[in-house]
Design a protein around this ligand. Structure first.
Ligand SMILES: Cc1cc2nc3c(=O)[nH]c(=O)nc-3n(C[C@H](O)[C@H](O)[C@H](O)COP(=O)(O)OP(=O)(O)OC[C@H]3O[C@@H](n4cnc5c(N)ncnc54)[C@H](O)[C@@H]3O)c2cc1C
Length: 602
């Protein structure tokens, strides 16, 4: 085997977003020697983009909130496909994790009496999101990074992991390359935590950064882990739609939480006409009540703009399809109207939503304190991910852990806003702790040189070919997923997508790059493409298998929920012979005491 620069760790964390950093801190606190690998620079992981806040039942703004309400909201939002144990741990532990973050120096917005301020968000019964204006992710990353660096971890920045290494029936490390110099790097580790984020770059219109190419999902799949719930891709209802160059960039739900309303071109608040039965009792039936809710009136019910994302996104699509959309194919989101109600309205909007104000001013030349925004759905988040044990976060592969967006289970068919940042903290901590424990009980495995050599050879092949540009294949893949496996799905279109994915795989095998290995964007794209193709096929096959509409999956050919399908999760894994196997797996029965909680919160 060739000589590679080699690093030995007890715990290797792949990803330096909220989940990865929190896992690294905990593994280190448990005595493990920890390495962190990140595709981007430290501080630049996708978590930094998070805007609206962290969901935790602190009950600072509404004393009626507690873990039970948060648990019930999360399960209802996920249409009861969630791993109930994860939802329980998440609801119970999120407040502790937020206070801990505060203890480490995070400066949250404050209530008048000095406690952490919480805001309204879709699907949360009470104001629950701890936030820092609309820049919560930045504060979270800054705090975790500062704290983590002092607790001890070695960081490998701008290094992309290409494969996980297995030996003796468990994980043995990872192999990747430095993006800057193109040199290969070998990591030997007793335990590995995947914290690589999402898959948004499989779609044309997305709020996700360039990093989101589903690497962790694909690495885990190739290593023998199962992925679950992959049909559930969240299309956030409010992304920018104009100008074309910024299409997909997120407009935080915080705008609606602060009183922003959605209207069609006729000026009608169309969401009032379509309130799902299971939310009717909790939803305002007139505009005045909705407004009072956003201003903290405890006797008011939420406006329909704060229903779950899957529902709001579908209503927007309907308005556009039926000819009631805005000029550029979206609808209007208006926060400027609150100036009639709030003293010093324009300054208030700028204070509550500083990033949104600047985003629209700079990118679209729109002053959101004066005019409505044009918004439409954008690919935002993947509920599906690596199947993990709820308490330990270990996958089906011994020694391989996953946390954050690349792990599945917590959110079921639809994630509530704010439940990702809390997910990162709660399950990042658990993954780090259990990875460290696993490392204590297991030595470093011997590596399989053939696996490493084959990965290195394969990675360099694009330099040796004359063929197609990888960007073109990536572009065609994104168009295909957007058109055929997007918000509204049909069997016949998804079958067509599978055929076209096969063709794209053939083309991807022939892509060529020029130049050398140093900072070669074409080469990076050629390598990312492999993961995007696997993930796209997994999403498509899982979506075909779920013959119903539920949460984020809307099937035009099966427009209703199917009670029988509600008992299964769809799992996808790679067989020993390399086939993609899709299976329906029964959900575990929920204990009576948690069923009771849900019944009480209806
Ligand atoms: C614009 C926007 C706003 C959002 N706002 C909110 C919000 O207000 N509240 C909320 O709860 N959620 C929000 N979300 C969702 C939330 O931000 C993400 O789900 C969350 O940050 C994911 O964190 P993570 O730690 O799992 O992954 P990330 O933060 O994405 O980190 C992934 C890490 O993995 C690394 N990586 C990936 N592949 C590889 C590889 N092959 N090799 C090495 N490293 C790799 C990356 O470089 C990165 O360091 C928002 C999302 C977006 C896009």
């Amino acid at each position: 085997m060739a000589e590679y620069q080699t690093h030995d760790y007890d715990v290797l964390v792949i990803g330096a977003g909220g989940a990865g950093l929190r896992a690294a801190i905990e593994a280190s606190a448990n005595g493990a020697r920890v390495g962190v690998v990140t595709k981007s620079l430290l501080g630049k992981a996708h978590t930094v983009m998070a805007e609206g806040g962290i969901a935790a039942a602190l009950a600072n703004v509404d004393e009626r909130d507690n873990w039970k309400v948060h648990f019930a909201d999360t399960m209802r939002g996920g249409q009861y496909l969630n791993n109930w144990r994860m939802a329980e741990l998440h609801a119970k532990e999120a407040p502790q994790r937020v206070r801990e973050l505060e203890g480490w120096g995070a400066l949250f917005d404050r209530t008048k009496d000095g406690r952490i301020l919480q805001r309204n968000f879709g699907g949360h019964r009470y104001p629950r999101l701890a936030h820092v204006g609309d820049r919560t992710g930045l504060e979270m990353i800054r705090t975790l990074q500062d704290h983590g660096i002092h607790t001890g971890m070695e960081v490998h920045m701008e290094c992309t992991v290409l494969t996980l290494l297995n030996a003796d029936g468990r994980i043995a490390g990872a192999f990747g390359y430095e993006r800057e110099r193109g040199r290969f790097q070998l990591f030997r580790a007793k335990a590995v935590v995947l914290a690589t984020g999402g898959i948004g770059r499989a779609y044309k219109i997305t709020s996700n950064s360039w990093e989101y190419t589903g690497d962790g999902h694909a690495l885990a799949y190739a290593a023998g882990a199962s992925l679950i719930d992959m049909e559930f891709v969240q299309f956030h209802p409010t992304g920018m739609v104009w100008p074309p160059g910024v299409r997909g960039i997120l407009v935080t739900e915080g705008v609606r939480g602060e009183g922003g309303v959605l209207k069609n071109k006729e000026g009608q608040r169309f969401l009032f006409d379509d309130i799902p039965e299971n939310y009717r009792a909790q939803t305002a039936d007139n505009e005045e009540e909705g407004w009072r809710y956003t201003q903290g009136d405890k006797n008011a019910r939420r406006p329909p703009e704060l229903l779950t994302r899957d529902h709001v996104a579908r209503c927007i699509v309907r308005e556009v399809r039926e000819g009631r959309g805005s000029p550029h194919g979206g609808v209007f989101l208006d926060i400027a109207w609150i100036k009639d109600r709030v003293p010093g309205g324009a300054a208030h909007i700028k204070k509550k939503l500083p990033s949104m104000y600047h985003q629209f001013k700079q990118l679209a030349d729109i002053d959101i304190t004066e005019e409505p925004m044009e918004v439409g759905p954008t690919t935002h988040y993947v509920m599906g991910g690596v199947r993990v044990d709820a308490d330990t976060q270990m996958s089906d592969v011994p020694g391989l852990f996953a946390a954050g967006e690349c792990a599945g289970g917590l959110h079921g068919a639809n994630r509530l806003g704010g439940n990702s940042l809390s997910d990162l903290l709660v399950f990042g901590k658990r993954a780090g702790e259990h990875a460290a424990l696993f490392a204590k009980g297991n030595g470093i495995s011997s590596l399989n040189p053939d696996q490493i050599e084959a990965t290195a050879r394969c990675a360099l092949e694009p330099f040796e070919r004359t063929g197609e540009n990888p960007y073109q294949v990536q572009h065609d893949l994104q168009e295909l997923m957007q058109d055929l496996v997007g918000i509204v799905r049909r069997e016949e279109e998804m079958e067509r997508a599978l055929g076209q994915l096969e063709e794209l795989k053939q083309r991807a095998r022939k892509v060529a790059v020029t130049g050398n290995r140093e900072y070669n964007g074409g080469w990076h794209t050629a390598l990312d493409l492999q993961n995007l193709l696997i993930i796209s096929e997994i999403i498509t096959r899982a979506a075909i298998e779920r013959k119903e509409s539920r949460g984020a999956q809307f099937r035009d050919d099966y427009p209703s929920k199917d009670e029988e399908m509600g008992r299964f999760t769809i799992a996808v894994r790679c067989t020993d012979s390399g086939e993609m196997r899709v299976t329906r797996e029964p959900l575990r029965a929920m204990p009576a005491e948690l069923q009771q909680v849900i019944a009480e919160m209806k």
